[in-house]
Design a protein around this ligand. Sequence first.
Ligand code: F6R
Length: 368
Amino acid sequence: EKGGHEYFMLKEIEEQPEALANTLRGHFTEGRIVLDEQRMSDQDLRDVDKVFVVACGSAYHSGLVAKYAIEHWTRLPVEVELASEFRYRDPVLDRDTLVVAVSQSGETADTLEAVRHAREQKARVLAVCNTNGAQIPRESDAVLYTHAGPEIGVASTKAFLAQIAANYLVGLALAQARGTKYPDEVAREFHELEAMPQAVQQVLGTIDQVRDLGRRLSDSRAVLFLGRHVGFPVALEGALKLKELAYMHAEGFAAGELKHGPIALIEEGLPVVVIMPSPKGRAVLHSKLVSNISEIQARGARTIVIAEEGDETVRPFADELIEVPAVPTLLQPLVSTVPLQVLAAEIARSRGYDVDKPRNLAKSVTVE
Ligand code: F6R
């Protein structure tokens, strides 16, 4: 069943190109982005004036990633919130608010209650879900299914990448409805997404290198993750994977916050994973991160750098360099997350833990 793999999670990591391709398939027809189910009018979609993404765990991180793209493409304000917080607040919602509920299982109790809370206030709800006919899509006004296939490993991998792709489709559907993007621009963005399975396939070529690194890091006490812009939620996701699988203290930070506290944590030998932006796409952010790496390296950190292939400026500061292919800035999380999944799984395996069934965790959190 594991297709010759030691654990399901590695199989599921390798299925990510297919999960992405299957999630995108059929959603661009006759020059338009189409959802799976839409029980709201095109006019309702056009009238949206604010977006909330509500979710838990990795699904929440997929929303944080998508915020950058959705705001950029639609010029709508996007707030991303933990479902367990949203449902107990008094968020400002009305019929022109679109609440995007992201859930692999479609049964997560807090996300479901957030959906109900939103609908009571007349907001429209769009579900992004990996499970056909689950409760969250059933109670939503529109649905976009991720087609990652069943995910057995408790830690989300292929469903997470598929959630990012689906959230991007939501952004493009809104841009199309609002006319903030011309049809040819929507088409171009979609075709860039369509090239991602190939890019992710290429990143899978780093698996052996990352597993070797994981074995060497397995007795670390803590690992920090730094990123900024779309690399920030990737840092949060990398830290979550490591906590849940390797039971290791891990934290993700926005690199710009380093000097506001976290740099005090840096000590000799502490592994710090840095997710670099492209030197071409975001030159200013790139140079700021290069100076962050040199600062933490000077304080003794062991730097593990995820960078675009051919990025020579970063090489002198990288104790370990993991190269990922060049892709458009907003799509970088789809490639840079993959080595972090492999790293967490391999550290966990080296420590003798069950990678597919981490302690204390359930695949579907239907209790509150
Ligand atoms: C982390 C993980 C969890 C889920 C979260 C939400 O690897 O799998 O954090 O992402 O429990 O689950 P769904 O997406 O089913 O609502």
